[in-house]
Design a protein around this ligand. Structure first.
Ligand code: ADP
Length: 426
């Protein structure tokens, strides 16, 4: 095996190893911007396809950088680092949406196969551009407006009975960059503070929702599309905690509408790869689009164990313009629960927690990202695939699968069993 070496490129980014780059068998190299858990799990899928994912990682300790053999260390805002990771790759893709599109335009002009292309990616980066575009396409979105000064939010708030949500136009994630002010004073204070910091803002109507859903699809440049079943996403403190696949009690007509809408959005915007359309199901039974993610997404992690083709493999197939894989679920229900860091990390080591979990729940599939434990940080997830004899219409069956997934995830993050089981007692 070639020893790992670090070489400098002009920008100061580092690439290891210098040779060989790419699999021997003439198989393609996909380069992914970002070294987080999504890149780490895409690498897992790449291995199965005979590939080795190349990643641009901010540092050597990021989740993907620790497991990929082909890593460029550098910043996603540094054009030379982007060029270094793209060199010779069949496709360049993303584990996050924060790469400046002007850099991507340069890469495209230089012949790099950027997927999804910058003219699509912009709608995953900029919430105001996304709202405008989806409204133009006739997709259901909440009423919205740009905020250029505090007066804009006061007018919008008065018009919408102060049922409003203020959002940073760019850069928010996991609920950061989202504010729900109760009244005009609070809204004005938020807007003034954020505008002073240079944060571009928008405001939209607060949707009266029954729950949150996600419609995941994949699209290839050839124009093939594939949809996984629409899932329910359960959020806690603005962050995804649990995903139930498929969404229970979703009417066939709403499920069909969501899938078709996601396919249409992906085609109209020219998206390539896996894409999540985050949706609200309103209390009066309508769908409203929240936002788009043009990459593997937390709402699709269940597909690793619960579908014939995972979102990670599908993303690779799509960006390489391979025919897409069968997205069918393999069980009546699969529940994913995120392992979110506890307020204070348990004394018991993760290794020991795993021992206990595996002893007690052998069917739980664990996916850990090798990230340090910090409060509410996503450090992994678990999938529980329901038994073949169940049905999504059976509330008790779905609840039992969900309880197992949440119990396992809570155990891994907190070292405590939610049902009071005594580890050393029985
Ligand atoms: P992020 O990009 O940080 O994930 P989102 O725009 O998805 O931010 O908002 C985070 C959460 O805030 C959503 O999951 C939802 O629970 C809530 N939210 C966002 N927009 C609205 C809205 N218009 N009406 C009601 N709740 C909303």
């Amino acid at each position: 095996m070639t020893p790992l070496t670090a070489v400098s490129v002009d920008s100061g980014s580092q690439h290891r190893p210098s040779t060989p780059r790419g699999p021997k068998a003439g198989l393609p190299v996909v380069a992914m911007i970002g070294g987080g858990q999504l890149a780490r799990m895409t690498h897992q899928a790449a291995i199965e396809l005979g590939q080795c994912l190349r990643v641009l990682s901010g540092g050597p300790d990021e989740p993907a950088a620790k497991v990929c053999a082909d890593v460029v260390i550098g910043s996603h805002t540094d054009l030379d680092a982007l060029r270094a990771v793209a060199a010779g790759a069949s496709a360049l893709t993303f584990d996050h949406e924060h790469v400046p599109t002007e850099h991507l335009e340069v890469l495209v002009a230089e012949g790099v196969n950027v997927q999804p292309p910058p003219q699509a990616l912009i709608y995953a980066q900029d919430k105001l551009a996304m709202r405008r575009k989806l409204a133009e396409l006739g997709a259901p979105v909440p009423a919205f407006a740009e905020i250029t000064w505090a007066g804009d939010v006061v007018r919008f708030g008065d018009e919408h009975n102060w049922q409003i949500v203020i959002k940073a136009v760019r850069g928010g994630y996991d609920g950061r960059g989202v504010w729900m002010p109760a009244d005009s004073d609070e809204a004005e204070a938020i807007v003034t503070e954020q505008l002073d910091k240079g944060v571009a803002l928008m405001v939209e109507q607060k949707v009266s929702m029954r729950r949150e859903l996600s419609a995941m699809v994949a699209r290839s440049p050839f124009g093939q599309g594939a949809t996984w079943p629409v899932v329910e996403t359960v959020q806690r403190d603005g962050q995804c905690a649990v995903v139930i696949a498929p969404a229970p009690e979703l009417s066939d007509s709403l499920a069909m509408e969501a899938e078709q809408m996601a396919l249409r959005i992906s085609a109209e915007l020219g998206v390539v790869g896996s894409m999540a359309v985050e949706l609200f199901e309103t209390t009066d039974g309508r769908l409203v689009v929240n936002e788009l993610a043009m990459r593997p997404h937390n709402s699709g992690h269940w597909t690793q164990d619960g579908a014939r083709t995972s979102q990670f493999e599908q993303h690779l197939r799509a960006v390489l313009d391979y025919p897409l894989g069968d997205p069918s679920p393999t069980a009546p229900v699969t529940v994913m629960a995120n392992v979110l860091g506890a307020e204070s990390a348990p004394e018991m080591s993760m290794d020991e927690r795993l021992h206990h979990l595996f002893a007690r729940m052998p069917d739980v599939k664990v996916h850990l990202y090798d990230k340090g434990e910090r409060p509410a940080r996503k450090i992994g997830h678990v999938n529980v695939v329901g038994g073949a004899q169940g049905s999504i219409a059976d509330e008790a069956y779905v609840a039992a699968v969900r309880e197992r997934a949440e119990r396992a995830a809570h155990w891994l993050s907190h070292g405590e069993w939610t049902d009071g089981w005594d580890v050393h007692g029985e």
